[in-house]
Unconditional design. Structure first.
Length: 419
């Protein structure tokens, strides 16, 4: 496993282009299993999670060209197994998205426990209930074994949790189910919208796109399509924090204004001078101030995926900030490591942390990237700290940020990847 060695207190400046939305790429790749025809995806993020999903498709029998590039061509003319590779599944939370397509194509699915960040704390109960509502039968045991020998049937369902991947599982299953499926309390994030649009391109009937009430009319055969992924607003928000915390001037290309505004609203509350201009999201040097309270929520509220990053940014803001992430336990725990760097943080419980700033951060310690987003946050802390900081394993962060070391260097960071 690799370590990122950071020499801090360097102002990062320049232009950076975000790649396609990671949280769109995984369900779109799963959707490619729904058709025997070729699908082409462009502006695909060159990240570890995408490669794992592509390898899972190959393991199931699909042909995938372009792994490691921004263009992937997938042709699933034949699915020869209903049991994805256990090792790969154990590395990727998004592997759960294969359940619906496998049931549609071969009538069976056998999935080991999906991995990813905090796998033991992230249930797939919403996914399984949606599939059972459409006629899938669930077997017993530690693995998730389902069968639908007579095919999936359209159904009316209410998701007890507006889960993003739970909504996507229901959509993927409904696209080839017989009849009409109604999904209420659906997630409305941009990546859910993108999956709806992709399935509609493939020939499924999809109504209510962007709302919490979706209607899907399944079809027996879906066609292959070409699709360009939209820019990743989580990645854009990450680079915005990196610019703000180092006092730099950053121009971030490739993100849609309607996606980044939920991030911009919180950054402006922290007195970050930022905004869209001519299709580019700009961040300029600012005197940071505490936001008072930052709370995550369902779209279009502030995303949980960025809560660790704004918490680190709050260490450099004047005043006290309460950060409340009610959606996930454990996401804030990794930031306790920053106390050894001089940050003034008080972890009230699994969901709330109080930050008082500004604090002069000191480097010189090894930081553990316990999950993808906290890993990027610790890198941001190292960039702002005086002296040297070591962050490991870097592979955890590279699951979601492509070409990370190269892009940091292009912006002026003094970083080195060492084994």
């Amino acid at each position: 496993m690799s370590t990122l060695v950071i020499e801090g207190r360097q102002r990062l400046e320049g232009r950076v282009a975000v790649e396609g939305n990671k949280n769109s790429a995984l369900p779109l790749l799963a959707a490619c299993l729904l058709t025997e025809e070729e699908c082409t995806l462009t502006n695909v993020p060159r990240i570890g999670d995408v490669e794992v999903m592509a390898r899972l498709l190959i393991d199931l029998g699909a042909e995938v060209d372009g792994i490691g590039t921004s263009t992937l061509r997938v042709r699933a003319g034949r699915v020869h197994t209903h049991t994805p590779d256990r090792t790969l599944v154990g590395r990727l939370r998004g592997s759960v998205l294969l359940l619906g397509p496998l049931l549609s194509r071969v009538g069976q699915a056998h999935l080991a426990a999906p991995g990813g960040d905090f796998p033991a704390r992230r249930s797939i109960g919403v996914h399984l209930e949606a599939l059972r509502a459409m006629g899938a039968r669930l077997g017993s045991g530690a693995d998730h074994v389902l069968e639908a020998p007579d095919g999936l049937k359209g159904a009316s369902m209410y998701l007890y949790e507006a889960s993003v991947t739970g909504t996507e599982t229901a959509l993927l299953a409904a696209a080839r189910a017989s009849g009409v499926t109604g999904i209420r309390h659906a997630a409305t994030e941009p990546h859910v919208v993108e999956l709806c649009q992709f399935l509609a391109k493939m020939g499924a009937g999809v109504w209510g796109i962007g709302s919490s009430s979706l209607r899907v009319e399944g079809v027996a055969r879906l066609r292959g399509v070409q699709h360009e992924l939209g820019g990743d607003y989580i990645e854009a928000g990450s680079w915005a924090v990196v610019g703000a915390i180092t006092g730099g001037e950053m121009a971030i290309e490739g993100v849609r204004p309607e996606d980044i505004e939920v991030v911009e609203a919180v950054l402006r509350r922290m007195n970050v001078d930022c905004g869209m201009r001519a299709g580019v999201f700009e961040v300029r040097p600012s005197r940071l101030k505490a936001a008072g309270r930052i709370t995550t929520g369902l779209w279009p509220s502030f995303p949980s995926d960025l809560v660790s990053l704004v918490t680190v940014l709050a260490t450099q803001a004047e005043g006290r900030t309460l950060v409340h992430d009610w959606m996930y336990e454990l996401r804030l725990f990794a930031l306790e490591q920053m106390s050894g760097m001089g940050a003034d943080m008080f972890l009230a419980d699994a969901h709330r942390i109080i930050v008082t700033g500004p604090s002069k951060l000191r480097g010189g310690r090894m930081l553990d990237t316990r999950d993808l987003r906290s890993g990027m946050s610790l890198i941001a802390a190292g960039l702002a700290a005086e002296g040297q900081t070591r962050v490991a394993p870097l592979e955890t962060v590279e699951r979601g940020y492509g070409q990370l070391v190269e892009r940091l260097r292009a912006l002026g960071a003094r970083v080195e990847k060492v084994d």
